[in-house]
Design a protein around this ligand. Structure first.
Ligand code: S3P
Length: 171
């Protein structure tokens, strides 16, 4: 079985995915880490050297590659992955998907401290960050909400989110 975690930047996809994979005894992959490994450079360097369009093309290819076999896997996606091309259809066809739903306020307070690692927000001023997140999340929400299940993560620890997935979401 393939389990795919989707959600906005800083919604906890990687940390939740890693812990969930241990409970299920499934392998874990983070799509961004996989892309960095395969391309031999960081996501920031790919955006800077090759541009976002190139990034979105390889992101779609690697997503399809990772979901196109019968192996068990917990896969955490990048925040934009479900929102481009036919990625959301591929996700729905080939996996069980979970949207980690996190409020603008929580995302904002987390991203304030880790903006620089993320090329899409690295150049946004701290003053403009909350408005950027609000608009961006509004644009993306309709893709995220197509996931098979969703869990609201605000005020929950990683372990509590994993428990919600395992107990309430029929994994
Ligand atoms: C992106 C989110 C990032 C990474 C890239 C683009 C996005 O992943 O894929 O910087 O479009 O939201 P995280 O959600 O893991 O930060």
């Amino acid at each position: 079985m393939k389990i795919v975690l989707i959600g906005y930047m800083a919604s906890g996809k990687s940390a939740v995915g890693r812990e969930l994979s241990q409970i299920l005894a499934y392998p874990f992959l983070d799509l961004d880490d996989y892309i960095e490994l395969k391309e031999g450079k960081s996501i920031s360097a790919i955006f800077a050297d090759d541009g976002e369009i190139y990034f979105r093309a390889i992101e779609a290819n690697y997503l399809l590659e990772l979901l196109s076999n019968e192996d068990d896997l917990v896969l955490s996606l990048g925040g934009g992955t479900p929102c481009y091309g036919s990625n959301i259809d591929v996700i729905l066809e080939k996996s069980i998907s979970y949207y980690l739903k996190t409020s603008i306020q929580t995302i904002h307070s987390r991203l304030m401290h880790e903006k620089s690692k993320r090329p899409l927000v690295a150049s946004i001023s701290k003053d403009g960050l909350q408005e950027f997140i609000a608009k961006h999340l509004f644009e993306r929400r309709s893709f995220y909400e197509r996931a098979n299940y969703q869990v609201t993560t605000d005020n929950l620890t990683i372990t509590e989110v994993v428990s919600q997935l395992v107990e309430n979401q029929s994994i």
